[in-house]
Design a protein around this ligand. Sequence first.
Ligand SMILES: C[S@@+](CC[C@H](N)C(=O)[O-])C[C@H]1O[C@@H](n2cnc3c(N)ncnc32)[C@H](O)[C@@H]1O
Length: 239
Amino acid sequence: MPPTFEDAWSIANEVDGWLLERQGRALFEAAGRVASGSVAVEIGSHRGKSAVLIAMGLPESNRLTAVDPFDDPRWGGGPESLTLFQENLAQAGVSAKVDLFKGLSEEASAQWAGQPVGFLWVDGAHDLESTLKDFDGWLPHLTRGAELYVHDAFSAVGTTRAILRRFLFSSNVRYIGSERTLAKFKVEPLNMLQRISSALGIASQLPFFTRMIAIKLARRRGLHGLERRFMREDNEPLI
Ligand SMILES: C[S@@+](CC[C@H](N)C(=O)[O-])C[C@H]1O[C@@H](n2cnc3c(N)ncnc32)[C@H](O)[C@@H]1O
């Protein structure tokens, strides 16, 4: 019996990381749609929360390549992060389905000689330069019909700018929706109407983006009253 999302979430939920359940479900389901002969690629693995969900969601014969240098202090990176990543994959029983590229996304995409990529999950450095490298480096490896999911798409200034620059009026990447800050795109040729509709979809997320940034700034400055005024619910997540 292939694992259900509930099976995968019960393991992934124990792993330190930044994913809401609905985002985890989106990853699990997208992995399940990867066509045979294609692989999934993850940029930014940390301790394996999203890797567990993707690997458990993939069909039996598909594989995931996880890309992370495991040395970024912003996310508590370091050798212990790699060890925990490996332990968490083993715990989920998916070690044999996952290939690790220990290095930067731009290095991995430049050297890529693997199968075409049917699902790309971008959750790396979140600054403009890195995210543009993620998009530009990997797009040539994506199949027509591939799904491209981006985390912190509308809560990190760099990631949002990269999306606006590359995908706002793209002729081959269509915005298909969001799970809060997880934005979903599909690689396919777009006609003019689809380009306009995709651009409007991205633009519709900008008020949410503005609110996320306002909450972050207020929090950083210790303005907790203001922070609460921007929130739609108590302890609203910023992911
Ligand atoms: C937000 S965490 C990823 C979280 C992970 N997806 C999860 O579900 O827990 C970001 C990760 O991206 C990695 N990273 C930063 N820059 C990167 C780059 N250029 N290429 C690949 N990984 C990168 C960091 O080492 C860090 O582990």
